[in-house]
Design a protein around this ligand. Structure first.
Ligand SMILES: [Zn+2]
Length: 235
């Protein structure tokens, strides 16, 4: 099945800036290399989980949020995504459970209607990170089958330091994208995030990212791969 083609339209719905590169950076780069349109949406800012609510408006916290967004924009651009198709929204990190789910669903639907994707990549269902789980559930609702009938594939990606930290519900990798041509650009994009990357053996280290891509490749007879879990595929 040729999902990656010039006429494809890939929409990535992620929780925080860096999830998109960790989860599917090599795949994003492949879609762009094929000439496909790609939009990346991150629904929350990825910083304030480290702070108490009374600190959110402090200048250093605001500066960190701005820096994360600036890094996100540069990292996603490194994958070939046009600036106009990068949407870094600023809901509070790891507090999306305080929002109404319907508003989250409608926020995703607005991008879906505006962009008309043929392929959607989003979070897996059982990550330890609460925003990841909420984004997954909201995406299921936003991309219910009757709507968006041009959607050929809805797939879930894995995010190191979240997906594998829930061993009670392991990620079922059943769809593999060859990223042999784009693993290096994925690593370059991750390096833009600076301190978000950690020294090995942390899962958000270059060594772990490469190891996972190697392992996923081995599962599918490829040098390097990113793995996805099929939610719905139709042809
Ligand atoms: Zn995240």
């Amino acid at each position: 099945m040729a999902l990656i083609e010039r006429d494809a339209r890939l929409l990535v719905v992620a929780a925080h800036p860096d999830d998109e590169v960790l989860g599917c950076g090599g795949t994003i780069a492949r879609f762009r290399s094929a000439g496909a349109a790609v939009r990346v949406v991150c629904l929350a800012e990825g910083i304030t989980a480290r702070f108490e609510p009374h600190q959110f408006d402090q200048p250093d916290v605001v500066a960190q949020i701005s820096e994360r967004a600036a890094n996100g924009r540069r990292a996603i651009a490194r994958l070939g995504v046009l600036d106009a198709e990068i949407f870094l929204e600023e809901r509070r990190c790891c507090r999306m459970d305080a929002l109404s789910e319907i508003d989250l669903v409608k926020g995703i639907e607005r991008h879906a209607r505006d962009f008309a994707p043929t392929v959607v990549l989003t979070h897996a269902a059982h990550d330890t990170n609460i925003d990841h789980r909420l984004v997954h559930t909201a995406a299921l609702a936003a991309f219910r089958p009757y709507h968006f009938r041009d959607l050929a594939a809805l797939l879930a990606f894995e995010v190191l330091s979240s997906t594998e930290w829930n061993p009670t519900a392991p990620f079922r990798a059943d769809f593999f994208v060859n990223v042999s041509e784009s693993i290096d650009v994925k690593i370059e994009a991750l390096s833009v995030y600076g301190d978000e990357m950690v020294a090995s053996p942390h899962p958000r280290s270059e060594e772990a990212v490469r190891s996972l891509a190697r392992y996923r490749g081995c599962q599918a007879g490829m040098e390097w791969a990113e793995a996805f879990q099929t939610i719905r595929v139709r042809a």
